[in-house]
Design a protein. Structure first.
Length: 312
């Protein structure tokens, strides 16, 4: 069938091919119902989602960062537990375990970054697969369901991805700094430093726990401040945590000529305020980026726009 004149210009968007002054019908000229229009729209969106990246690269990177921090911190906590067991058994390999923990943590961090990226892309691909319900699939694609699902997954990791690394620093950083100092200035061996680890955990082990608790509370407070849209604090809160940790270490210091408190304060001064400040800045920037990615579209999707045009 061949149609002439003005009908060609009106029906061009409905699957017609214009040759000179003639238009040859290649498909059905007018959509019969909303289901047919939705199927056509769904096919176009599905082809677009397969030919381009579904998730923003920075969202994938942020998800990978958080997963890497969590799993790396888990390895560090496991290393500290092994150090405790070794100390209870004589402390022969405590220093070796401490150093090995940092090595394994660096390996796990790099591996988790790669695995997490692959995992999130795979989840997004599954989210874009058809379910059999045309209107549901169309709504998911037009509302960026894959992006919103990835944002939710990333947001759920917020507290753990900051609290666990701070906890690892509270447990391992002081011992590691003491080892570096002893190795450079006192030239101690790995085996002899194991004795210092045992003494340190016995005398000021509760100071490690105090700092750990304050670090977790710091992250919890950061989340409340971000939820309320308030300004977050970092370095000042870290300095207060250091003072409380030093005060806790003074309990046995009364019986040890007040040696532990100055040592605890100087050791914590190297990393505690900086760690608290970094956590505050990083949490604020990551939350802001997630809010941008999860912002709704300015205009609602026009699912049946082609149908309306064809029906005029």
């Amino acid at each position: 069938m061949v149609w002439w004149g003005g009908w060609a210009r009106q029906l061009r968007g409905a699957g017609l091919r214009e040759v000179g002054a003639q238009v040859t019908i290649s498909e059905v000229a007018v959509y019969k119902d909303h289901l047919f229009a939705a199927k056509c729209r769904l096919e176009g969106l599905h082809d677009t989602s397969l030919s381009s990246s579904t998730l923003p690269p920075d969202l994938i990177r942020l998800y990978a960062y958080r997963q890497a921090r969590i799993w790396t911190a888990a390895i560090g906590i496991a290393g500290f537990v092994l150090v405790l067991f070794d100390v209870l058994g004589g402390g022969r390999y405590s220093t070796h375990i401490l150093l090995l923990a940092w090595l394994v943590m660096s390996i796990v961090y790099g591996a988790t970054m790669t695995i997490a990226r692959f995992h999130l892309r795979r989840v997004a691909t599954r989210c874009a697969r058809p379910t059999g319900d045309v209107f549901l699939d169309l709504a998911r694609l037009e509302s960026d369901a894959a992006v919103r699902d990835a944002v939710v997954r990333t947001h759920r990791l917020e507290q753990a991805s900051f609290a666990l690394p701070l906890a690892v620093l509270a447990l391992l950083a002081p011992l590691s700094l003491h080892f570096i100092f002893s190795l450079v200035f006192l030239q101690v061996s790995l085996t002899s430093f194991g004795g210092w680890i045992a003494i340190s955990l016995l005398i000021v082990g509760h100071a490690h726990i105090t700092l750990l608790v304050l670090a977790v509370l710091h992250v919890a407070r950061l989340r409340r401040e971000l939820d309320a849209g308030q300004q977050v604090a970092g370095a000042s809160r870290g300095f207060k945590a250091l003072l409380w940790t030093t005060f806790a270490s003074a309990i046995p210091g009364v019986f040890l000529l007040c040696i532990p408190p100055p040592m605890v304060f100087l050791t914590g001064l190297v990393f505690v305020p900086w760690a608290f400040a970094w956590t505050a800045r990083r949490a604020s920037s990551e939350r802001g980026r997630l809010e941008e990615l999860c912002a709704p579209a300015s205009e609602p999707p026009a699912i049946l726009g082609i149908t309306d045009a064809a029906g005029q």
